[in-house]
Structures are given as C-alpha cells and as structure tokens.
Design a binder for this molecule. Sequence first.
Ligand SMILES: [Fe+2]
Length: 384
Amino acid sequence: MSEHAALSPVRLTMREGPGQPDPSPALGALYQGFERELLVPLWTEIGDLMPSSPRSKASPHLWRWERLLALAAEAGRIVPVGRGGERRAIALANPSLGGRPFATPTLWAAIQYLMPGEDAPEHRHSQHAFRFVVEGEGVWTVVGGDAVRMSRGDFLPQAGGHWHAHHNAASRPMAWIDGLDIPFAYATDSQFFEFGRHQLSAQEKGTPERSRSERLWGHPGLRPVATAKACWPATPLLAYRWADTDRALTDQLELEAEGHAGTVSPGHAAVRFTNPTNGRDVLPTLRTEMHRLRSGAATVARREVGSSVFQVFDGAGSVTVGESRWEVSRGDLFVVPSWVPFQARAAASGLDLFRFSDTPIFEALHAHRESADPADIPPVPGAV
Ligand SMILES: [Fe+2]
C-alpha cells in the first residue's frame, strides 16, 4: 500500500452481495486506487446513504430530572461561571452520537444552573435559543438590554444574533432548560459567536415584572401598528408566560368537554408558541409546543421526519418511543429521533409535556413527512 493509501481515511472492503462485484485481485487493486485518490463508489454505500426511510443515528433516551438537578447543583458548588466557559450549562448527550453534547443530530438541550447573585456574562451567537423553566424563579435573562423575568412554566425564545446574559437576583439557585440548534449549526458549518461585556449595567440588572418586549408584543391578538409591515423570521416577544399557556390548554379541554372542536385528539390539548409578526414558529429552526393530556388520555401514535426533545412539565404518565417505554414524571427529559414512533399516555394526574423539535428546518426544505397510519406504525402497547 502506498503512503497516500495508508494515510487515506477511505477504507473499502470487497463484499459479496446483490449488486456487488465479485471479489478478485483486480477489484482489490481498484479499491486501493479509490482509497489512494479519496474516492468512494456508491455501490458499497447505498444501503447506508439512501435507506428506504430515515434511520436516525440518535437513540431514544430518557434523562431523569432529579439526577440532572443533583449533578447541576454539585456543579454549582464547584464550577465557576464566567468569561470563557460562559455558562454553567450541562448538555444531554445522546448515547448514540459519540459522546458529543447533542441530544439529537440537530438539537441541543442542557440544564443551566445559576447560584444566588451570580451573573452569566454577555455574548451572542448565530444559533437560535430558548429557555424553558420547569421550576424555580429569580433569574432574569437580559436580551439586548431588556431584562426578562423567568418563572416556572415560562417559555423564553431568543433569536440568533442577540446579545444576552443572565443574572440571579434571588437568594436561591435556579435551574432551567436551554434548547438550541447548536448541533445543526455545527453539522452545517454555519455558526458565529462573539463575546460581549463582562458586566451588565445596574439598570440592566433590574428586576421588572414585565420586559419591554412583553409590554410591546405581549397582548393577545393586538399588534403595534408601528410594526405593521414587519415580518421577522423570529419572534420579538421574549417571554410567553405560563398563565397564558395554562389558560389556553385548560380552555381547549373545557371546550372539548362541551362538545366543541379544538383539541388535537380526545383528551389531548396542545398549543404552539408562535411569532406574532407572521404566525409561524417562534424561531426559524425550532418548533416549540406545550401539550396537555387529560387523566388517562393518550396521544395518537405517530412518527415524523426530524427529532424532538420533550420535558415533563407536570403530572405523570408513560411514553413509548420506538422499542423504549418509560414511566415519566415532572422534569424528566426524553428524545424522539427521526421517524421513530412516539406515543404518550397520562396517568390519573394528567400529563403536561413541553416539546421542541427541528421541524421548521424540514418544512422549509419540503422534506417533512409524518404518519399516523396504523398500517405504517406498529401498534404501541397500551394504545387506544
Ligand atoms: Fe448563549
């Protein structure tokens, strides 16, 4: 083997099989030539490159909130937060993605933890992000100088390119979930990052009940006329409050009980967080939703192109993701890889699920597919 062939990352093996050439010394020499010149023939790769339907490199997996929280609290005790490390954020690493901090091939999900009085320094990046708060309060996220309160159940999107920092104004630590499109940006070589100021001004470290963005954009069905021609790719509203989300879900289930339409399926209410300037997803790459299952109700089993991360916001139940089935409760996080069937069922307590996915990417590329066809999806244990 030549020096070039020895250094080449291309490795080809002669194999017998349908459509494969018969192994021979001549074929071996041809494959060595391919290796030397960094060439790979389609006929050895097509089964992996072009399967009949998506075969995700990620696996279904569940992370228990209580274990995440305990480890994050220990990190709070011994790991500083500051310039360079930027955030005390601990990412979910899908067991099938080589130990990288990727929950799925496109999605980052991390628990972030901030001690009393701590600040996470300002920076900005092209990756789109959001925060979701499963418990606690006392931290303000400062986006472009606008201080945004974070409390249980609140959803805080933040489009790429905005300066942002966090500060904990409370006397207790606080944890929340960060969701970003970091793995997507990483895989597509499209990321930019910039450090900001080390310190926020005293004014920016204020603790207003409502942010400026909420005062301008946070009124249902009401749009500032001054922005009437704007159609922005990401939402200008920096906080979607739990009281509004909760009311919308409660109303859907009550309407259903009165015989009116509105739920996704019997006992399954759901809302999607949207951009008030165009009615589309809050962020160009991320879809975010809150789902509520009435006591004993189940979602329709389905699968779709693209991956999702779910967090149990409240209640308990069971979820089935492909061959995996887990009993879940508050705070637990799990991953649904592309084209893997998913179904959730609420226990007697009911079940609230926060979900984020990469669906807008595939919709924009006209590559999104979904199916709830029973013939297409194997029956799920416990399905209605
Ligand atoms: Fe950030």
